[in-house]
Design a protein around this ligand. Structure first.
Ligand code: ADP
Ligand code: MG
Length: 346
């Protein structure tokens, strides 16, 4: 239960042995040291890591929204933050939890303009939460699908380049996003900020939504899935970790975001899941006949949506390809940088 995981009593250890916090390594020894006058409580099964945030230190505010993993709250921890409280129902066993802790520990190494600032995490069950900076902007999803904002080609290209730069950075750090979609891309004053990378693998695909053993597919999810992933979907699927997410499946998902930016809708719009699964699995792509765009622009879609993983470009190459797209000269003074259209500015 989501509410319970927030309002329930804190599972503080009676064992409050302080541990030494080593900034070089996430693993710390059990030597007694107090850092910055702070007594760090020891975790249940492992030592405190430098990015651990005791749940009691977080002030939880109003709900921002609920997604697959749990609920996102506005919070306060040395200023405004977003707190993603994870639904515990799928993280019961210690092994999954440990896998999750390891995965989260790679987030702390991320420092890039186009990647959300990871501030820390609460890792003591039943309080599992990820703390990031609070994005003041709107998601690309909100811009494109709810507000129906139109981006001109220059702005579309700039947004796509920033996504590629952020994604290229994550990939260079060995982080596969696994859930790249317009809902996980924020625009803040014209700057792209990517969120929710790497969280996907520990989640059960269909938690709380399983009916008569059929696979529950979240709306709007399929069109981001590459053929090799689509082909692995089956009715009894429980764990997303069984799906072959990779850097190239992230590139496929980027192709879909590029399509959304260009067409203001999703590929395979209003087709039933079975039809999408069948087509993508066979290598059939969304037709582009009605898309009024240059050959180069359409080629990017075709490249990213390549059936064979090895035919998809990496994000470094995408940054270059996008850079070579012809830019319309705007009547603007050189001192004014290109901005998103007024309607799309936040
Ligand atoms: P989804 O990505 O499928 O929308 P999430 O659980 O990731 O689901 O997010 C739930 C809500 O919280 C969404 O409205 C999302 O835009 C918002 N949100 C997530 N992270 C942040 C953040 N860092 N800053 C502000 N809002 C956020
Ligand atoms: Mg999200």
């Amino acid at each position: 239960d989501r509410t319970a995981s927030v309002s329930g009593s804190a599972s503080t250890d009676s064992d409050k042995t302080p541990v030494r916090v080593d900034s070089q390594d996430s693993q710390v020894s059990d030597t007694e040291t107090i850092t910055d006058g702070h007594r760090w409580p020891r975790q249940n099964s492992m030592s405190m890591r430098e990015w651990d945030i005791p749940f009691e230190e977080l002030k939880i505010g109003e709900v921002i929204g609920t997604g697959r993993f749990g609920t996102v709250y506005r919070g306060c921890w040395h200023g405004d933050v977003a707190v993603k409280v994870l639904n515990m129902s799928y993280l019961k066993d210690e092994q999954t939890l440990e896998q999750f802790r390891n995965e989260v520990s790679t987030f702390r190494k991320t420092r890039h303009e186009n990647v959300i600032l990871f501030m820390g995490a609460c890792m003591q069950p039943p309080k599992l939460a990820i703390v990031t900076s609070l994005s003041k902007g709107m998601t690309l999803y909100t811009h494109i699908h709810l507000r129906k904002d139109k981006f001109n080609m220059n702005k579309t290209t700039i947004v796509a380049q920033q996504i590629s730069q952020g994604m290229g950075y994550l990939h260079a750090r060995g982080i596969v996003h696994k859930d790249l979609k317009s809902k996980n891309i924020f625009l803040e004053n014209g700057k792209v900020v990517i969120t929710d990378f790497g969280l996907f693998s520990v989640t059960k695909l269909c938690f709380g939504n399983r009916k008569n053993d059929s696979l529950w597919i979240p709306p709007g999810w399929l069109c981001y899935l590459s053929p090799e992933i689509i082909k692995k979907l089956h009715a009894h699927q429980l764990h997303a970790e069984e799906l072959p997410f990779s850097k190239s499946s992230d590139v496929y998902a980027f192709g879909t975001v590029w399509y959304e930016l260009l067409c203001s809708e999703w590929p395979f719009k209003s087709q039933p899941p079975e039809a999408i699964i069948w087509q993508v699995g066979k290598g059939v792509k969304q037709p582009l006949a009605n898309l009024q765009a240059s050959r180069d622009v359409k080629d990017i879609l075709m490249l990213c949506w390549s059936f064979r993983e090895e035919d998809r470009p990496d994000f470094i190459r995408l940054v270059n390809i996008l850079d070579k797209l012809p830019k319309k000269r705007l009547a603007r003074s050189p001192s004014h940088p290109i901005h998103l259209s007024r309607s799309a500015e936040s």
